[in-house]
Design a protein around this ligand. Structure first.
Ligand SMILES: [Zn+2]
Length: 218
């Protein structure tokens, strides 16, 4: 790859000379990034995904049969009837939904910041006691070990609760209140849903996303 660096863009954005795009918004859409073990490690823009592929750092994955393609192969593909495309000056290129990195082998080590918004995403707008799904107005953040007794605001001590469950639990632990959590709260591992609503996720991503929330729709 080093031998090509002088001729190829290395600044992380797609060089205008590489693909003179007509209407660039598609380039800002999202592509799932897999490591060499085909684990989801990130989400990037279509623009960046094409650049990484152009630079030889990644291959584009066919979302149906999971064949992989280098840049030249991908832009030479015939466009099927329903495929989403990037319209360039002289042709059309299929939008890459997935890329697989060629040299990144590490397990993803990601710290999702603890925040109210991310907690809603982790728990998928579902009360973690009774399982009811509700709007953000009808859910609140419950400290499993009550805050008034020293419980921390952390991923492992906070869950969403509906108003009914919150009142019922009161200033008690679930055990004291005779309530059960649907699942033990934990730090989310998957970074993708922080920046995306579920409705943005491609069907082809689901295979690579381990989080149990991923198959649910919002
Ligand atoms: Zn509830």
């Amino acid at each position: 790859m080093d031998a090509h660096n002088h001729a190829r863009p290395t600044n992380g954005s797609l060089d205008e000379d590489v693909i003179p795009v007509v209407g660039g918004s598609v380039l800002d859409e999202r592509t799932l990034v897999l490591n060499r073990s085909w684990m989801a490690v990130n989400v990037t823009t279509v623009r960046r995904a094409l650049t990484l592929t152009y630079l030889g750092c990644a291959r584009i994955v066919d979302p149906v049969n999971f064949d992989t393609f280098d840049f030249e192969q991908w832009i030479s593909l015939e466009i099927g009837g329903s495929a989403r495309v990037i319209q360039t000056v002289c042709s059309a290129i299929r939008v890459p939904e997935l890329i697989v990195l060629q040299s990144y082998d590490k397990q993803p080590v990601l710290r999702v910041p603890f925040s109210r918004r991310n907690l809603f995403l982790r728990d998928n707008y579902r009360c973690q006691y009774c399982g009811v799904k509700a709007s953000s107005d009808d859910l609140s953040v419950d400290h499993v070990f009550p805050r008034s007794r020293g419980g921390d605001s952390t991923w492992v001590n906070c869950v969403l609760a509906c108003h009914g469950c919150n009142v019922r639990k009161g200033n008690r632990t679930p055990q004291e209140a005779g309530m059960r959590l649907l699942r033990q709260p934990s730090q989310p591992r998957w970074p993708v849903y922080i920046s995306l609503g579920y409705h943005h996720r491609c069907a082809s991503w689901r295979r690579f996303v381990a989080d149990s929330n991923a198959s649910e729709s919002a």
